[in-house]
Design a protein around this ligand. Structure first.
Ligand SMILES: CC(C)(COP(=O)(O)OP(=O)(O)OC[C@H]1O[C@@H](n2cnc3c(N)ncnc32)[C@H](O)[C@@H]1OP(=O)(O)O)[C@@H](O)C(=O)NCCC(=O)NCCS
Length: 159
């Protein structure tokens, strides 16, 4: 996916405490149980958190973000989310590339995450970035409708 020729290509920057409400809005649109702005404020204030967001042309409300926790040389991606109107245009790919580069620069050697077995878009995204399945947790994610979904634990080695 190329952003060439677009009027307002996405600009990725570090996320700051003042972005908490914008990130909460995106998160709520992507998950059954959204994290509120206070949870994002708390996470963004934590020195172990590394978070990046995108804005069209670098302005206005965020359209997507990636947020991880880095402890020594192991990172866990806690969430990646893109606003529904900005999906399927390569934005999560752009964010994740940037985010993984920054995690590596900050000393991460391994990156872990968990994703629902039925989340086709996220699985595709992570597989394309080289993540491999290392474990499963049955009936891990409660669903408003239907049975709970299995969590897939994935790992990526950074060099
Ligand atoms: C998962 C999510 C972040 C993907 O964002 P996005 O900006 O649409 O992703 P991209 O456009 O960069 O696409 C990434 C890959 O996934 C594929 N993809 C994206 N949406 C898809 C869908 N609905 N079905 C199948 N494949 C999909 C793309 O084709 C692309 O694969 P490719 O590189 O082989 O072409 C977005 O759907 C989202 O926010 N979902 C809700 C929150 C969520 O589930 N986050 C992940 C939690 S672990």
């Amino acid at each position: 996916m190329s952003w060439f020729g677009r009027k307002q290509p996405p600009v990725v920057t570090d996320a700051r405490a003042g972005d908490a409400a914008g990130l909460a809005a995106i998160h709520a649109s992507g998950f059954e149980r959204g994290w509120d702005a206070h949870e994002f404020e708390r996470m963004l204030a934590d020195r172990l958190t590394i978070a990046h967001l995108s804005r069209p042309g670098g302005k206005g409300a965020p359209t997507g973000f990636a947020l991880s926790r880095l402890v020594v040389d192991e990172a866990e991606i806690l969430t990646v989310a893109v606003a529904p109107s900005s999906r399927r245009a390569g934005l999560a790919t752009l964010l994740l590339q940037h985010h993984l580069g920054r995690l590596a620069a900050a000393g991460a050697h391994k990156v872990f995450l968990e994703v629902a077995e039925d989340n086709v878009a996220a699985l595709r995204l992570y597989q394309r970035h080289g993540f491999n399945e290392i474990a499963r947790r049955q009936a891990y994610y409660a669903r408003a409708k239907g049975p709970p979904a299995t969590a897939i634990i994935m790992e990526l080695a950074l060099r």
